[in-house]
Design a protein around this ligand. Structure first.
Ligand code: Q46
Ligand code: ZN
Ligand code: ZN
Length: 306
């Protein structure tokens, strides 16, 4: 990393340069900038209230620990939820990071083990379904996060998606003109039909910034990427956007933030159309358009496969 000179605010030595803000910052003023960006996101899109009971989906990586830390710092009440995916050492180490963080801040971390509670893990589910691991993994996590939020009486489910994640997904969806996915790609999805409100407070921060937040705050996060992320197109789209950003700082933020401001409202009708009436799963009671939800079908296939 290029070593920047002086903090824009206080003129003390800087620890980070942020070309998109055309400035350098010392540790203290960098943290202030992060808090300001998260507060701005929360206010701009009415993401959270101080009465919300928040459940943060925690993976042990930088983004989920940063968002949990930031929300607590900003005075919100937030518990964490860790889902053990059974992806070998990666899962063991990620659980350690999530637990250590919760312990260090005296926060409540709920833990669910796929293997212990549902009889399968992600590598097994991938084999049983003959699809990429991320597909069974995403389905399992979405279901368990939603269920834990609803069962626990939480009013908001928070994830640590950052600007790089959202811009990469936006690029992928735009390249294929996936209108229905685009319509749903918002920092806030209100609660509906048995689903909790879903919120992404970090979408104004890049992954370099969430990593720096953790370093400055002394949060020990899992640096390794998931070993099952192979062939994940998001990584490719992130690299493409980073190349554009290097040429033209601020492009990533304007791509995503202007989408939310200018394009998403034009797609709002699609979001409403998408809301077909949902019934409840005959096995677990979760909202679903079929008789048995996709998660219960996955559990049946994956837990029978060894
Ligand atoms: S944990 Fe799961 Fe990710 Fe690993 S298998 Fe894919 S979705 S990459 S966030
Ligand atoms: Zn400063
Ligand atoms: Zn079900």
């Amino acid at each position: 990393m290029h070593v920047p000179s002086k903090c824009r605010v206080c003129r003390e030595p800087a620890i980070i340069d942020l070309p998109r803000h055309n400035a350098n910052f010392c540790a203290e003023h960098f943290l202030e900038l992060c808090r300001r960006q998260v507060t701005k996101a929360i206010e701009q899109w009415k993401l959270l209230d101080h009465d919300d009971r928040i459940l943060v989906a925690v993976s042990g990586g930088k983004d989920s620990l940063a968002v949990w830390d930031l929300l607590i710092e900003l005075g919100y009440r937030a518990d964490g939820l860790y889902v053990g995916l059974g992806i070998g050492d990666y899962s063991d180490v990620s659980a350690d990071h999530a637990r250590a963080f919760a312990r260090s801040r005296d926060l409540h971390l709920i833990e669910i083990s796929l293997r212990g509670e549902y009889g399968y893990d992600i590598p097994t589910a991938a084999k049983a379904t003959r699809r990429v691991p991320c597909s069974a993994c995403g389905l399992s996590k979405r279901h368990l996060f939603d269920k834990a939020a609803i069962d626990g009486g939480y009013t908001a489910l928070v994830t640590g998606h950052n600007l790089d994640d959202e811009a990469a997904v936006l690029l992928g969806n735009t390249l294929r003109w996936e209108i229905d996915y685009l319509a749903r790609q918002l920092p806030l999805l209100p609660a509906r039909d048995g689903f909790p409100k879903k919120v992404k407070p970090l979408v104004r921060l890049t992954e370099r910034e969430t990593a720096a937040w953790c370093v400055v705050r002394g949060i020990d996060y899992l640096v390794d990427e998931c070993p099952m992320a192979v062939g994940n197109k998001h990584l490719h789209h992130k690299a493409t956007l980073n190349a554009i950003e290097a040429e033209s700082p601020g492009s990533k933020a304007s791509f995503y933030l202007n989408f939310v401001e200018r394009m998403a409202p034009l797609l709002a009708g699609r979001l409403a159309d998408d809301r077909e009436a949902l019934g409840t799963c005959a096995e677990c009671g979760a909202p679903t358009s079929g008789e048995v939800c996709a998660f219960c079908r996955l559990v049946t296939i994956a837990s029978a496969h060894e």
